[in-house]
Design a protein around this ligand. Structure first.
Ligand code: GRE
Ligand code: ZN
Length: 331
């Protein structure tokens, strides 16, 4: 079966270097907790992370992945003075991979959000000149959510171009780490709790909740978001949020139920859980479930068995594996 995967990352050394100071300040233990020598889950080598050709394609072939929608890690920690240049160069690398293998790669734009005007121009260039299919945003920029007024032109541009925003996890601000994850814990435990084990997902859920309740989806009612990791905890609390924050309290145009079911696509991101799939299918329209591996942090080999084991008709599997993404991304 054709499989299109939407959260498939690469690293660009110049972006990583330019964003390194802020990344290090937010998560001083990241290198130790996620470096290849940690021997822990989600710790690929730099070579695998940076490859956009033979090794990646061989891994895709071995795992039955037809197409990766590529995304460069780390743009949101790059400071404004250098972000426009280094991030445009990273997008050019992804564009070269797409040009070389148009049947195997598509791409989400990285954006220099610390320089919002440049981010708007880069999104336009990425979509209109490079053929990218949306953008991926890695959490807050300089501590601010995407609904902060200075980022409004970026949301307006995505809405005008009719491309989705993949809201990907980013490391929580230092005050949150100190309060929630750090006290009395060893550095590797703190770092993994702050990120992949919990903090990234809670952070992304709060980010999306904040966006909706700031009225972003009233201003851009057709704007579509993609959330990985089965919707970043929100499906499980959808009824609770909807009940606790009725329109009578929020003054918004629609209920949270409606925003979540009309403006959000969710993906597994390598969480190969049939229980999560069944739960999300009871919570969301099947048309809003797309596929993602989270390569190279997760291996491609779990993708096909997960789809094979799903207790669904083939036609529904095809929607999740590729048809929903093709419709959303215009592939
Ligand atoms: C991710 O982007 O999803 C990710 C990282 C680093 C470690 C684990 C992980 O960027 O899932
Ligand atoms: Zn990811």
């Amino acid at each position: 079966m054709k499989i299109i995967a939407l959260e498939e990352h690469f690293a660009d050394p110049a972006v990583a270097k330019a964003g390194g100071r802020e990344a290090q300040a937010l998560s001083p233990g990241f290198g130790e907790a996620f470096g290849p020598s940690s021997g822990l889950p989600y710790s690929p080598t730099p070579e695998v992370l940076q490859d956009l050709a033979d090794k990646r394609l061989a891994d895709m072939d071995a795992g039955g992945i037809t197409m990766q929608v590529l995304s460069c890690l780390g743009a949101q920690t790059v400071p404004a003075d250098v972000a426009p240049e280094v991030i445009a160069a990273a997008n050019d690398k992804a564009a070269a991979a797409v040009r070389a293998h148009p049947d195997r790669f598509a791409a989400f734009a990285s954006l220099p959000t610390a320089a919002p005007e440049a981010a708007v121009a880069e999104l336009d260039r990425a979509v209109n000149d490079l053929g990218f299919v949306g953008t991926m945003i890695f959490g807050r920029t300089e501590g601010e959510f995407l609904d902060a007024p200075r980022f409004e032109p970026i949301l307006a541009k995505a809405a005008a171009l009719n491309v989705p925003v993949f809201l990907h996890p980013g490391v929580p601000p230092r005050v949150i780490t100190e309060a929630n994850y750090a006290a009395g814990l060893p550095l590797v435990t703190e770092t993994r709790l702050q990120t992949a084990a919990w903090g990234w997902h809670q952070e992304t859920a709060v980010h999306f909740l904040h966006l909706v309740h700031s009225g972003v989806l009233d201003r851009y009612p057709n704007l579509q978001f993609i959330l990985g990791h089965w919707g970043e905890m929100i499906p499980f609390y959808l009824d609770r949020v909807n009940e606790a924050l009725p329109q009578r309290a929020t003054g918004l145009d629609r209920s949270f139920h409606e925003y979540f079911r009309e403006n959000v696509y969710i993906a597994p991101s390598g969480l190969w859980s049939q229980a999560q799939l069944r739960f999300c299918l009871e919570t969301m329209p099947l048309e809003r479930i797309v596929f993602a591996v989270d390569y190279p942090f997760i291996g491609n080999e779990g993708a096909v068995p997960f789809l094979e084991q799903a207790d669904l008709p083939e036609a529904d599997k095809r929607k999740i594996a590729h048809e929903n993404a093709e419709r959303l991304l215009g592939l």
